[in-house]
Design a protein around this ligand. Structure first.
Ligand SMILES: [Zn+2]
Length: 443
């Protein structure tokens, strides 16, 4: 049946009978192509067939039909030392009773389909698919060790309705890891896993206490920084809540117009064009309460318009007083409380600030991943992002001229290339490469 084995194309198994098939499944009877030659124990070649048993091995589907191999597995005995052993087959994964190529295929399919669909199409149960994927992720986790960031970013992405922890390398603009939730224990666990975590000097985060507690627990030497954009957007939220509260005293038409033009309020004054400036003046002169809240917003932004820490602190103290004596103090109470609770971390911004390019990139990734997240399991989406080597940013290996000339002189050129350490210097998932992929939606 030599031509039958061509259908399976497995290196060490051959078909011994024509396959049987029905509408959805195929069954091949197979056995080892090459019997073992030597005893694995003593190395002598005096072997004989001892017993055999039938074993079911699942293989890749053919023309969308599930394929099962009925393997006639033989046991050999050594005349020399008496050892008995089952023949070894390299194309089979013994733990799963599947061909290794089926496992590769399940791993790959799990990245884009549900576990149930994968299970159905290849003919194994869902739990097995889930376990194969789990093993795959664990393997990849060991394979890709990203370099520890000196400056760590902590952020979050909403995937399937839950906020998920995102760790970034701020300086390299890469994603370091994504975890299923942002609980304190999860952050502590993840930071503890980083062997050289003393290398981390700065951690930029939003004002979320579990992050700060986790960082202070695991890497107390690291300086926590809250970036400006996390703080100033609270001023915008405060102003917007004042706008909404004014709806009661306006006509429906007015409040709709103001709602449509609210971007004018939220932008910085100096960024407005002539027309928008005019509209702003009109609104503010008609609505004194809005004017007061607006001026507080603008003055809050002013705190960040200096490079000088002491000046910024002075401006904040002044702003705080104005705020407390204004009618808008209630709208700004969340912001006041946040700055009171996070003062050191907020003013650390004057020591270590994110660039606009970083902030824009991470925000764009967050938006796009949230949009595409539907339809994937969290684990699959994470694996697609983290373990895709094409997205990784790597340091180019340094050319080692002395090793090179040594290799050339002593005829060890091939081994020189192999030992070239390619795996170090992987910084993680490159923001810009990921953004390009997401934009073309071909992740
Ligand atoms: Zn032997």
């Amino acid at each position: 049946m030599n031509n039958m084995s061509d259908l399976l194309l497995l290196p060490d198994l051959k078909t011994i009978e024509p396959p049987q098939e029905n509408e959805s499944d195929m069954m091949f009877k197979v056995e080892a192509t090459f019997p073992p030659v030597r005893c694995p124990q003593c190395g002598f070649d005096r072997l004989y067939k001892h017993t055999s048993r039938k074993q079911l091995i699942m293989d890749l589907p053919i023309r969308l039909k599930r394929v099962g191999l009925q393997l006639n597995r033989r046991r050999y005995k050594c005349r020399e030392c008496g050892t008995t052993f089952w023949e070894r087959l390299i194309s089979i994964d013994e733990k799963r009773s599947m061909t290794k190529r089926l496992i590769r295929s399940i791993e790959e399919q799990s990245l884009s389909k549900t576990f149930v669909d994968v299970a159905e199409s290849v003919g194994v149960d869902e739990k097995t698919v889930r376990n194969i994927f789990k093993d795959y992720v664990a393997l990849k986790e060991r394979e890709y060790q990203f370099e520890t960031p000196k400056w760590l970013g902590i952020d979050e992405i909403h995937i399937i309705k839950k906020p998920r922890l995102v760790l970034t390398n701020v300086e390299r603009r890469t994603i370091y890891d994504i975890k299923p939730n942002r609980n304190k224990d999860t952050v502590i666990q993840r930071l503890s896993e980083i062997k050289d975590n003393t290398y981390i000097e700065y951690v930029t985060m939003d004002m979320w206490k579990p992050y700060k507690d986790a960082v202070n627990t695991v890497i107390p030497h690291a300086k926590v920084v809250v970036d400006k954009f996390h703080v100033v957007r609270m001023a915008n939220q405060a102003l917007d809540s004042v706008r909404k509260s004014l709806k009661a005293n306006m006509t429906a038409k007015e409040s709709r117009t103001l709602m449509r033009e609210r971007y004018i309020l939220l932008k910085r004054k100096h960024d407005l064009n002539e027309r928008d400036s005019f509209l702003l003046d009109t609104w503010l002169s008609n609505l004194p309460e809005l004017k007061e809240a607006y001026e507080l917003k603008e003055e809050f932004y002013l705190i960040w318009d200096t490079d000088d820490l002491e000046q910024a602190k002075d401006r904040y103290r002044y702003w705080r007083q104005c705020c407390l004596s204004s009618n808008s103090k209630n709208a700004y109470k969340d912001l006041l409380r946040a700055v009171d609770n996070w003062q050191d971390e907020i003013f650390n911004y004057f020591d270590k600030r994110l660039t606009n390019a970083y902030t824009e990139s991470i925000n764009s990734i967050i938006r796009q991943v949230e949009r595409m997240g539907r339809g994937y399991s969290f684990e699959a989406l994470r694996a697609k992002i983290i373990f895709n080597e094409k997205l990784h940013k790597k340091r180019k290996p340094r050319f080692n001229s002395s090793a090179f000339s040594k290799a050339m002189l002593y005829d060890s050129f091939n081994s020189y290339q192999i030992t070239d350490r390619d795996k170090t210097g992987n910084y993680g998932v490159d923001f810009s490469t990921l953004i390009k992929k997401l934009e073309k939606s071909n992740l």
